[in-house]
Design a protein around this ligand. Sequence first.
Ligand SMILES: Cc1cc2nc3c(=O)[nH]c(=O)nc-3n(C[C@H](O)[C@H](O)[C@H](O)COP(=O)(O)O)c2cc1C
Length: 384
Amino acid sequence: MTSAAEPLFQPLRLLRLTLRSRIVMSPMTRQFSPGGVPGQNVADYYRRRAEAGVGLIVAEGTGIDHPSAIGSDAPGENNIPVLHGEAALAGWKKVVDDVHAAGGIIFPQLWHMGVLRVPGTGPSPDAPSSRPSGLCGVRVGAHSLRPGVVERLLPPTEPMTDSEIADVIAGYARSAANARAVGFDGIAIHGAHGYLIDTFFWEETNKRTDRWGGDRVGRARFGAEVVKAVRAAVGPDMPIMLRYSQWKQQDYSARLARTPEELEMLLGPLVDAGVDVFDASTRLFWKPAFEGSDMTLAGWTKKVSGKPSVAVGGVGLSKDLQTGFAGDMVSVNNLDQAITRIERGEFDLLAVGRSLLVDPEWALKAREGKPFKPFSVEPFSYLH
Ligand SMILES: Cc1cc2nc3c(=O)[nH]c(=O)nc-3n(C[C@H](O)[C@H](O)[C@H](O)COP(=O)(O)O)c2cc1C
């Protein structure tokens, strides 16, 4: 059957992989992995999306093998998955096998919270948090963090030393090697939203005067070294996807690049390091990125990097992530804009977050032009 949405269901080649559609499941933290170990419920959750035509699943943010990678609001609890240790790796192997059996492709998202880890929490509460310059970058009146959390993040810490930086990079590499060993198809790296890699990119949190700071090229170095280490760990044929964003949870109005030229300076070192696809995280995917053009951030990303790109934000929904939990949120079909832009080559893939939480069959319905499930926040609190 052909439908207006058919361009979203054209395959895309990514190194050794062929994605069967342009729909990506956006990474979404679920905190349903007690002790960091994903269970059969997590495997079923991803399998359902693979069965219904999602071309690429980017699994939820997953703590890298480093003591300060993850934390939580509740001391002692860790329900965020990790990618090391026998039990977690066995759990992930089952997730990957089930997704593959449904014809799907899945990447883990390697995550280090950096400055946003609440000190004293997570699997290693005593580990000092990792911050490029000791600063968390919260801008009063412009952040999305809860009051109780902000106070715990505000006190400055010691900046990371060279050996701490090397340890973190090695943690990314070990986790990537583990991901390959359990059968993941590629690696997604979380370089967005004010977490560790992003705070090296961002001038408000990176005041370093050594090789890890300075201009955009210097601030891109940490991310680039992570990418190189991941590449060395997984080999040349496994795609590496990097997510970055202008906005930060610490400051929604933050910008890493004010012009396409500045964006090129930032992304160039990451391309040279081995990124195969960029995920340009925005709140509304169709918004112009820079003045004077209607091109999106995903569009500019592809143009200045020469790499395929992913657009994200507000697909199937009337509101963005930061305003979209209000009662007047509704499901809409706003795929036209994405289809036009994919057809003209502006970007290649479309990531879908909340719509895919609400409706596991969202991609199938998009293809068949069927109505989507009405939006509800209920599925946010359990895996379905
Ligand atoms: C419950 C929830 C958890 C999320 N967790 C992550 C995450 O772990 N990593 C990440 O990069 N983005 C995360 N995001 C952001 C989404 O991947 C996506 O970029 C955002 O929701 C915008 O897409 P949407 O408008 O389609 O929901 C999360 C979003 C939601 C709603």
